[in-house]
Design a protein around this ligand. Structure first.
Ligand code: NAD
Length: 451
């Protein structure tokens, strides 16, 4: 495993932290929504604060503040009972200065254009920070996968692929799984695309990552985001005075990211004592076995009813004293109210944008460290990059090679964030954006802006 030199003194409370309602002049220039609760304004606002602090050129700020392309499609699909339903889908291509657009597809009943734009923006930042040759994109379909049969989901996924097929491609825009989508969906997308696209005899399966291992997927991709969360924790906790093997932790959201973070952190010796998902909140001070809970959730659909822990209220879940709190559900779940309750030393953002600026301000004032999503959950896209490389070169990597290369990327990215934090005396999110923007700025300086 790679280790970079650690700072000689523990991290001090930062001087430069964004105000809760940060108001960049770029907001007015580009006509951003004035609603301070708007997710896109919040996520881009954090980057613009960092951009101002580092002196990022105005032209790069305005380019990064908006996506290059926003695609919205509507498509009809036949349901099992013979009637037709119209679905809405999105693909947002935020930036491709560093390489092809890259980012997941979310299948959720409550997905909106602003969410997809925010997530696409975060992908640009994440790919830049973790040093993979990709830009940022994101997509989704307004659908609740739990309410559809396998056959209906297959028709929805294939028809959505048809609707966006001309806008994606192995060298242009490469989707992946996100909330509500899985390896089977990725296989249907790759298969549909391979019938539609004229790729001149090349293998078209590199159009998407997160595929099943039997069909071009990479070993280690399913656990990759959780693995990256834990790699980040192992790298960052010691300088915060914590030993991973002695930590207690709680997890909000026990799907792909939450369950793998839980299992892998537990394998390092940490103890999971509280978990929440869309079905309920559970707690056991003696520890909840993450593997056993994951098996239960796979069978029952959620943590509710798990008998080896006690059902607790939302408030009690957040108030549970832990060393590390891992949000791994949806955006904006840690607002001011939750931030006041959380009793943790470190928040490791497995989810994208789980902490609002108002919530973060309270956490920072209370001395809680926030390891930002663009660092913490970059493991998923990093192993997606490895999958894409394997597809393109017709090679298969062993799991230990995937894990080793992933760790190298995570450790390097964590080092960049630490360096920026020391140089700019700022919080870790601002530092992560500074590190991400530096690489993008160098790319724009080298490329220039056509014409
Ligand atoms: P998932 O669908 O596998 O799991 C989502 C979890 O969130 C489920 O446990 C669900 O019960 C829970 N949840 C949903 N609504 C909730 C609510 N209101 N209260 C409490 N819990 C709720 O999704 P995932 O792939 O694990 O993604 C989780 C987060 O991680 C998302 O923000 C996603 O964008 C981000 N992410 C995922 C990946 C990846 O590789 N899957 C990579 C990077 C970031």
């Amino acid at each position: 495993m790679t280790t970079l030199a650690k700072p000689s003194s523990p991290i001090q409370k930062p001087k430069n932290v964004p105000p809760a309602n940060y108001n960049s002049p770029i907001f007015d220039e580009l006509g951003f929504p004035s609603d301070a609760h708007n997710l896109y304004r919040q996520t881009v606002g954090s980057m613009l604060y960092a951009a101002e602090l580092m002196g990022l050129p105005h032209r790069v700020q305005i380019i990064l503040a908006q996506p290059k392309t926003e695609i919205m499609v509507h498509f009809p699909v036949k349901m099992d009972d013979g009637h037709y339903r119209l679905f809405k889908g999105y693909r947002v291509q935020h930036n491709n200065a560093l390489g092809p657009y890259k980012g997941g597809l979310r299948f959720h009943h409550d997905v909106h254009l602003d969410d997809v734009k925010s997530l696409a923006f975060l992908m640009t930042m994440k790919c830049s920070l973790v040093g993979v040759p990709f830009g940022g994109g994101k997509g989704g379909v307004k659908v609740d996968p739990r309410k559809h049969s396998n056959g209906e989901m297959e028709r929805i996924v294939r028809r959505f692929t048809t609707a966006i097929a001309h806008s994606i491609g192995p060298d242009y825009d490469i989707p992946a799984p996100d909330v509500g989508s899985n390896a089977q969906h990725m296989a249907w997308i790759a298969d549909t695309y391979s019938f539609l696209a004229d790729v001149g005899g090349k293998d078209p399966s590199a159009v998407i990552t997160g595929k099943p291992v039997e069909y071009g997927g990479s070993l280690g991709r399913e656990k990759a985001t959780g693995q990256g969360v834990v790699d980040t924790l192992v790298e960052m906790l010691p300088e915060l005075g914590l030993k991973p093997e002695q930590c207690t932790f709680s997890v909000l959201g026990f799907g792909n990211v939450g369950s793998w973070s839980g299992k892998i952190f537990q394998d390092k010796g940490a103890k999971m004592i509280a978990v929440a998902d869309h079905t309920g909140f559970i707690k056991n001070d003696k520890g909840i076995d993450a593997q056993d809970l994951a098996t239960y959730v796979a069978q029952k659909g959620g943590v509710a009813g798990y008998t080896k822990a006690t059902a607790v209220s939302k408030e009690e879940f957040y108030k549970t004293k832990v060393d590390v709190f891992i949000p791994a559900a949806l955006e904006q779940m840690i607002q001011e109210g939750e931030a006041k309750l959380i009793n943790a030393t470190v928040i490791a953002e497995g989810a994208n944008a789980p902490t609002t600026p108002g919530g973060e301000r309270i956490l920072l004032e209370r001395g809680v460290e926030v390891l930002p999503a663009i660092l913490c959950n970059a493991g998923g896209v990093t192993v997606s990059y490895f999958e894409w490389v394997q597809n393109k070169t017709f090679h298969s990597w062993e799991l230990d090679q995937v894990d080793r290369e992933l760790n190298k990327h995570m450790v390097r990215a964590a080092g960049k964030v630490r360096d920026a934090r020391r140089k700019y005396n700022c919080d870790l999110r601002t530092a992560a954006y500074i590190a991400a923007c530096e690489r993008l700025n160098h790319a724009y300086a080298a490329r220039g802006i056509f014409p």
